[in-house]
Design a binder for this molecule. Structure first.
Ligand SMILES: Cc1cc2nc3c(=O)[nH]c(=O)nc-3n(C[C@H](O)[C@H](O)[C@H](O)COP(=O)(O)OP(=O)(O)OC[C@H]3O[C@@H](n4cnc5c(N)ncnc54)[C@H](O)[C@@H]3O)c2cc1C
Length: 515
């Protein structure tokens, strides 16, 4: 995409590189730092954690590496493009392994359905389980592709901070029935309730309620079909580390264990950041990869922000919370051979459970789980012969008058989760030798995520595109935002795309006096 570039004029003598600070080393922040480095800025990345990657970071315990967040990488071309735009070659730095089947979905009646890589395998699977829905499925796939071209390749890669940017796109939204939810769209094409679930649950990957998230998000099915599901060898932590090495090769600095307390400003310009402990770092521009809720409410608490003030943030809907149990099991690598890299276990209810999580904001007794078993493709996650898992349950976030008290609830919920997991990996709990748990409370504390939300602001239609926090602030000319809470949204491909949008907005560095 070609957009007119503004330029920031800097003196050539003595050589001067304007300073850019990036708050947050999530994948959005790291990709923004790479792009700013390539533009000629001197970049400093600051993150409060002790590792890069934000939600994509890992922890190590007892010889096990637990990748805390993303497990599925789709659309590798966003990374290939990022590296290429910055003068590098992605595949020289990062190894991807294609995964097939992508994942297996299981239901309480004992039926199971594999999402496969090739069209032939996929159609065979649909014919086996949902023969009466084959024609509807083929139509659904075409619908997904149209929304991908409009939503991902078009709108998602463009700046959306001017209302006009949105207005131009409205005919497309109307034509593609963006008012309809993902679930309603799937239900309009297929009849079997299990298949409706299988075609509509994807918004949960980015924190949205399939009953309300705009049907534009069915494009995720097309992303998987067209670009595959990949595993990053070494985990997403390795991807984040490769980005960190790239930034350092560009001459940038990374400071971990560093919390930004405030973004400082004068009139319409930010002047830098104040760290916890009061040290000030000056900057010519600042990019925040912290949650926009935290950025506007806390880091800019002394500013009178026009749009994203406390009142508006209070009215916003936030994505669900996540309860994640990470565990390493001794000597089980050859057990449970039917459990692959990615498995989804449905509980007895689909829409009822969504209602509890998103509408009632109350913790249900039943649960549906996503199980990650990276040891299938990556021996480095566990000691030889051992196994590494995580089981993730979508749960309510903390934005309610009666939030779950996770300090009390965690052992109770773990017991319930153990019972569910025992049906898929019998005997696992006796083999556990290392474990870790993250609850919404931990998301709040570790990532400074408002309401402990797993994926920032929920991607509903009136919280997407122009309605979402913009990639350039309304209040300051040199303050930018990237990451899950901004346009285009959550998920690895989107947060990396937010840095592509950013690169269209940040001025190029033009040497004064240079022709
Ligand atoms: C359990 C889980 C599973 C997921 N699975 C997938 C998947 O399989 N595929 C996929 O595509 N996506 C997945 N996602 C979503 C994806 O991981 C996220 O959308 C994405 O990684 C978010 O990146 P981000 O750039 O917004 O930043 P974040 O990862 O949220 O990082 C923000 C960083 O900012 C730092 N920070 C915040 N405030 C400050 C401050 N004041 N000072 C210093 N540092 C600060 C935080 O420490 C953090 O490191 C998953 C998410 C989770 C939680």
């Amino acid at each position: 995409m070609t957009l007119p570039e503004r330029s920031l004029r800097v003196p050539t003598d003595p050589p001067y590189r304007p300073k850019a600070i990036v708050i947050g080393a999530g994948l959005g922040g790291l990709s923004a730092a790479m792009r700013l480095g390539a533009k000629g800025y001197h970049v400093q990345v600051l993150d409060r954690l002790d590792r890069l990657g934000g939600r994509g970071s890992s922890i190590s315990k007892n010889g096990f590496r637990f990748d805390l967040g993303p497990t599925i990488l789709t659309v590798p071309k966003v990374f290939e493009q990022l590296w290429a735009d910055c003068g590098g070659s992605f595949h020289d730095d990062v190894t991807l392994t294609p995964v097939d089947p992508y994942y297996e979905i299981r239901w309480p009646d004992g039926s199971h359905f594999q999402i496969r890589n090739t069209e032939q395998d996929m159609l065979a699977e649909v014919k086996r389980l949902f023969p009466n829905d084959l024609a509807g499925y083929n139509k659904f796939l075409k619908d997904c592709e149209k929304r991908y071209l409009f939503g991902f390749e078009g709108l998602g890669r463009k700046p959306m901070h001017r209302l006009w940017d949105l207005i131009k796109e409205l005919p497309g939204f109307v034509r593609l029935r963006a008012d309809r939810s993902v679930y309603a769209h799937a239900a309009s094409r297929v009849k079997d309730p299990r298949f409706r679930m299988a075609l509509s649950f994807h918004p949960l990957f980015i924190g949205g309620d399939p009953r309300h998230v705009t049907s534009m998000y069915i494009l995720v099915s097309h992303l998987e079909k067209a670009f595959g599901v990949h595993y990053v060898q070494g985990g997403v932590q390795e991807l984040a580390d490769a980005m960190g090495r790239f930034i350092e090769r560009q001459g940038g600095n990374i400071s971990l264990g560093t919390t930004v307390d405030e973004i400082t400003f004068k009139d319409r310009r930010v002047t830098g950041v104040k760290l916890a402990g009061n040290r000030h770092i000056d900057a010519d521009l600042v990019v925040s990869n912290a949650d926009p809720g935290w950025t506007y409410d806390t880091l800019l608490r002394k500013a009178k922000t026009k749009r994203w003030n406390s009142a508006r943030l209070k009215q916003s809907r936030w994505s669900m919370g996540l309860f994640v149990w990470y565990f390493g099991t001794r000597g089980t690598r050859d057990m449970w051979s039917d459990v692959g890299h990615h498995t989804i276990i449905n509980g007895p209810r689909y829409r009822g459970l969504l209602k509890d999580i998103f509408d009632k904001v109350s913790l249900a007794d039943d649960m549906s789980l996503y199980i990650h078993r990276p040891s299938v493709n990556d021996p480095s996650v566990a000691p030889q012969g051992d196994d590494c898992f995580y089981a993730l349950s979508p749960v309510p976030n903390l934005k309610t008058n009666t939030p779950v008290d996770w300090a009390k609830e965690t052992p109770i919920y773990l017991d319930k989760m153990r019972d569910v997991l025992e049906q898929t990996i019998p005997g696992f709990s006796d083999k556990i030798v290392a474990q870790h748990v993250l609850t919404p409370k931990d998301f709040q504390n570790r990532y400074l995520s408002p309401h402990g939300a797993g994926f920032s602001i929920e991607p509903r239609i009136f919280q997407s595109a122009w309605f979402r926090p913009h990639n350039i602030s309304e209040d300051f000319d040199n303050l930018y935002l990237v990451g899950a809470g901004t346009h285009p949204g959550a998920g690895i491909p989107s947060v990396v795309t937010s840095s592509e949008v950013l690169s269209h907005l940040v001025p190029a560095v033009a040497k004064i006096g240079a022709s």
